[in-house]
Structures are given as structure tokens and as C-alpha cells.
Design a protein around this ligand. Structure first.
Ligand SMILES: *[C@@H]1O[C@H](CO)[C@@H](O)[C@H](O)[C@H]1NC(C)=O
Ligand SMILES: *[C@@H]1O[C@H](CO)[C@@H](O)[C@H](O)[C@H]1NC(C)=O
Ligand SMILES: *[C@@H]1O[C@H](CO)[C@@H](O)[C@H](O)[C@H]1NC(C)=O
Ligand SMILES: *[C@@H]1O[C@H](CO)[C@@H](O)[C@H](O)[C@H]1NC(C)=O
Length: 455
């Protein structure tokens, strides 16, 4: 499974490049016997497979859940993986085959035809000998499904009640619940909200080892700390709502500048910055499809500066960039906590937080996180929606702001206090707590800081 997992992670970047298709195919649709009709090989990666050409040979392959592909003719075993709900890749006899699942447009609706593929690409594992192919499943479907569906990304999100029940019966640290407002959002908006496709990451560094010196310094820090309650003062700007745009990276980045400006000015400069200007104008990020705090809190704030909310009020859509003459606020000295990508750890994060102010972090959002209501979150495996034993889908990289830390007074469970951008009605008044000290969902791996230049 280790090899398979690496493989899945590598493929997870594909939807970013290719954009989503309306296909909605699951394991249940794809498992079974397939016939690949392969055209003559010998091409390179400029090969155009729009119309694959005459069939040169056939490959007959059995796809088994979750990852075994069997060459029926020769009995060789290989791998395959579902790619989100979009298609699948097979690696067999040192050749790779990738195609999107077939779909057709009928009027305004799309029909997913999961027992066929669109023309796809095959080549050997070293990237030569490209050919085109089309796959056809040689079995009737093993379950009925609706024949027409609208673009799945445009469908309304459905609450997964079973997941919520499973989370709540599996543990006591945190509570999951229903957010009725989610059902007013489309699947695409929900995906964007938790990071956006451009924020999916193929791999993350692990936290860096803690040196003796850092350990000693960290021991001198208070056992709990929160920028919302420093001598009765709150240095954190109000919680906002990014809506269905994948702009968390902008909210998480700008919230750090807002808080650090409040800290630097003893709360006299309560500027609120404009994430919309970043969404519309930054070429260091992908608008509503996502981006990364290092490039926004750090590089964009230094190279282009930020504007106030009133200059570019938030609309949560990819709108054209408007040239403005508004005052710009800059930041500098941006870096990953620890100095470089991979240099971060929990002790360094606490030192930075206490010394200089809130820090922007990213973490991996699993579907269970969306149901978070209160408590100290950790990822609870609760089965995926198809009842299978693992769910590689929709892991995204969501940017948020760490404002404090502490430990539960009864259980001692250590946590970070984190500001989200899903509105004040979400979680604990717009905030959540997440397990600390164990790199939960990679939250201790890529913290970013930047320093506002006093305006
Ligand atoms: C591939 O070929 C089709 C026609 O068969 C053409 O319409 C399309 O533009 C070609 N694609 C590229 C990338 O050349
Ligand atoms: C496909 O299915 C048909 C009918 O079930 C069968 O006759 C044929 O041998 C199958 N082809 C392959 C390649 O398995
Ligand atoms: C995709 O298909 C599955 C299984 O049929 C269904 O449960 C799910 O709602 C569909 N998703 C979308 C976005 O249409
Ligand atoms: C900061 O603000 C607080 C509350 O307004 C005030 O009590 C305190 O004296 C100020 N500190 C400085 C250094 O001005």
C-alpha cells in the first residue's frame, strides 16, 4: 500500500492542470474487466489523441478494488488508481495508461458514461513510445445509477449524516454536526472553500527536528497563550467569510498582517485588508482556485503591497483586476518558520507566535473537518462515502491563522487555537482548536510569517 499511496499523491496534482470534467465515476463503476484498444506507438508527448487512429493491439485488464490491475492475457499484476471521480490510470507491464472517463453533453445536462473512456494516452514508464487508446468495460454495470447528471461540480453539496455519526461515536475530543447552509453551496464551492484545486499539494515536509537550544527556549514560554486575550485586549481582527471562492490563502495571509499591525500599534491601527484585490490582481496565486501564503503574506505583500477592504470590497469571485490609487501597505522579511520549507516545528511556531504575533499555516482538510462544531480537532477516519476503507479524495490545503495555544484542563490534550475564514457562525465562533505537537494534518509543517511595515 505504501507504493500505492505515493502513486495516488503524485496523481492528486492532475486535476489542477487539466481542470475538472463533468465525469463522476466511482470505484463501483470502474472495477471489472476492461478492453483497451491501443493505436500504433512510437510517438512522443506531443502526440494528439483527439482521434486515436486505427487499433494496433488490445490490452485486456481486470481492475480490482482498490489498486490491483491484472493483465488477463499474461497474468501479470500491476497497479491502477481512480483519479478523484474523473478517470483512472493503470500501470501494467511498465506501461502507463491514463484516460478520463467518458461523458457526453445532452442539452444542458451531462451524462457520465463510466464504462467507457475518452481517448487517452499510453506510454512506457520512462516516458517514451506514446500511443493513444480507448477503454471499454466488458461488463454491464454492477449497480444502477442515474443516467443523467448535471455537471457534478455544479450540484449542491449533500450533508453526509453517516460520516457525522461515525465521527461522534469514534471519539470524544471534538464534536461534528450539521451545517444546513452547506447545502446551499455547490460541490465546487465547497471544494474551493477548503483550499481550491490549485492548493492541492503532492507532498508536504515533516516537521524539522528540535534542537536542544530551541527546546530550552520553548520551555520558557507560557503554558498557554492567545492573542485574543492579552491583558484584556484582543489583537486579532474579526472573523470573515470567504464564501465559495478558494481564497483562504488570501484571508489567512491578510489576517496575519492585520493582527501584527494591531500588535505593533498597541491596537490603534485596526486596518482590514482586501482579499479581493489579491484574488483579482495577484499573479502569484490562482484567484478563486487557490494559492499559497508564502507567496501572498510574504512575496505579494512585499512586491505589490496590500490595500484596505474599502478599496476593493470582497465579492468572492474571479473579477478583473482594477487599477487603483489606494494606499498600499507593505510587509517584509517573510519566511517559513524555521527559515526554509521543511524547517518548521511546534516549538519554533510557539516561539514565533508569542514573540511576533499570529502566524499563517496551512493544513490538510479531510471531509470530516467540514462537520467540526467544537472541541480539539484531529482527523477521525470515519469511512468514505462509498463504504470503502480509505478515501484519497479531495484532500486540500487550507490556509488559516494560528492565534494561540493551550491544553485542555481535564484531559491535558494540547491544542492550537486557529482563526478560520468560514464566518463567525462556524465552529467555535469562527475559530477551531486542533491537536498540537503531533503535526496533525500537517499543520506544524509549513507555517509562514511576514512583518508589516509600519504605515
Ligand atoms: C488535435 O487534433 C484535433 C483534430 O483531430 C484538433 O482539433 C486539435 O486542435 C488538436 N489538438 C492539438 C493540441 O493540436
Ligand atoms: C466480453 O464479453 C463477452 C460477452 O460477455 C465475451 O463473449 C467476450 O469474450 C468478452 N471479451 C473479453 C475480452 O473478455
Ligand atoms: C457521484 O456519484 C455518486 C455515486 O453514484 C453519488 O453518490 C454522488 O452524489 C455523485 N456526485 C456528484 C457530484 O454528482
Ligand atoms: C496600550 O493600550 C492599552 C489599552 O488601551 C493601554 O492601557 C496601554 O497603556 C498602552 N500601552 C502603551 C505602551 O501605550
Amino acid at each position: 500500500m505504501a507504493i500505492v499511496k505515493v502513486f495516488l499523491l503524485v496523481l492528486a496534482v492532475l486535476p489542477i492542470v487539466l481542470a475538472d470534467t463533468p465525469a463522476n465515476c466511482t470505484y463501483d463503476d470502474l472495477v471489472g474487466r476492461w478492453v483497451f484498444k491501443v493505436s500504433a506507438g512510437g510517438g512522443d508527448n506531443t502526440l494528439n489523441c483527439t482521434s486515436p487512429g486505427p487499433v494496433d493491439h488490445m490490452v485486456i485488464v481486470d481492475l480490482k478494488f482498490p489498486d490491483v490491475a491484472l493483465d488477463v492475457t499474461y497474468g501479470h499484476e500491476g497497479y491502477w488508481t481512480l483519479i478523484y471521480n474523473q478517470g483512472f490510470e493503470v500501470v501494467l507491464n511498465n506501461k502507463k495508461y491514463f484516460a478520463f472517463s467518458k461523458y457526453v453533453k445532452e442539452g444542458e445536462k451531462y451524462k457520465s458514461m463510466c464504462d467507457e473512456t475518452l481517448p487517452g494516452w499510453s506510454h512506457n514508464v520512462v516516458g517514451t513510445d506514446w500511443a493513444c487508446y480507448v477503454g471499454t468495460k466488458n461488463q454491464t454495470r454492477n449497480r444502477p445509477r442515474s443516467e443523467t447528471l448535471v455537471d457534478p461540480m455544479k450540484q449542491l453539496y449533500k450533508t453526509d449524516y453517516e460520516l457525522i455519526n461515525n465521527i461522534n461515536s469514534a471519539q470524544n475530543s471534538w464534536t461534528a454536526g450539521v451545517y444546513p447552509e452547506y447545502e446551499k453551496m455547490t460541490v465546487e464551492e465547497m471544494l474551493r472553500r477548503r483550499g481550491g484545486r490549485a492548493s492541492m499539494m503532492a507532498s508536504k515536509p515533516s516537521p524539522a527536528p528540535v534542537t536542544e537550544k530551541v527546546r530550552k527556549l520553548a520551555e520558557t514560554l507560557p503554558p498557554s497563550f492567545d492573542w485574543r486575550t492579552i491583558n484584556g485586549q484582543n489583537f486579532v481582527s474579526p472573523v470573515r467569510n470567504q464564501g465559495g471562492c478558494g481564497s483562504c490563502y488570501a484571508f489567512g495571509s491578510l489576517a496575519m498582517h492585520e493582527a501584527r499591525l494591531r500588535i505593533a500599534s498597541n491596537n490603534t491601527k485596526q486596518t482590514v485588508f482586501a482579499p479581493q484585490e489579491v484574488v483579482s490582481c495577484s499573479e502569484y496565486s490562482q484567484g478563486c482556485e487557490g494559492g499559497f501564503p508564502y507567496l501572498i503574506a510574504g512575496k505579494y505583500a512585499e512586491d505589490f503591497g496590500l490595500v484596505e477592504e474599502s478599496c476593493s470590497p470582497y465579492v468572492g469571485m474571479d473579477t478583473p483586476c482594477k487599477k487603483t490609487t489606494c494606499k498600499r501597505y507593505y510587509g517584509t522579511d517573510y519566511k517559513y518558520v524555521g527559515g526554509f520549507y521543511g524547517g518548521c516545528n511546534e516549538e519554533l511556531m510557539r516561539m514565533e507566535l508569542v514573540k511576533n504575533g499570529p502566524i499563517t499555516v496551512a493544513f490538510e482538510v479531510y471531509p470530516d473537518f467540514e462537520a467540526y462544531k467544537s472541541g480539539i480537532y484531529h482527523h477521525v477516519f470515519a469511512g468514505d462515502r462509498y463504504g470503502h476503507s480509505f478515501d484519497p479524495f479531495e484532500l486540500t490545503n487550507h490556509a488559516v491563522l494560528v492565534v494561540g495555544y493551550g491544553a485542555d484542563s481535564t484531559t491535558g490534550e494540547k491544542f492550537w487555537s486557529v482563526k478560520n475564514s468560514w464566518g463567525a457562525g462556524w465552529g467555535e465562533k469562527g475559530y477551531f482548536r486542533i491537536r498540537r505537537g503531533t503535526d496533525e494534518c500537517a499543520i506544524e509543517s509549513i507555517a509562514v510569517v511576514s512583518f508589516p511595515i509600519f504605515p
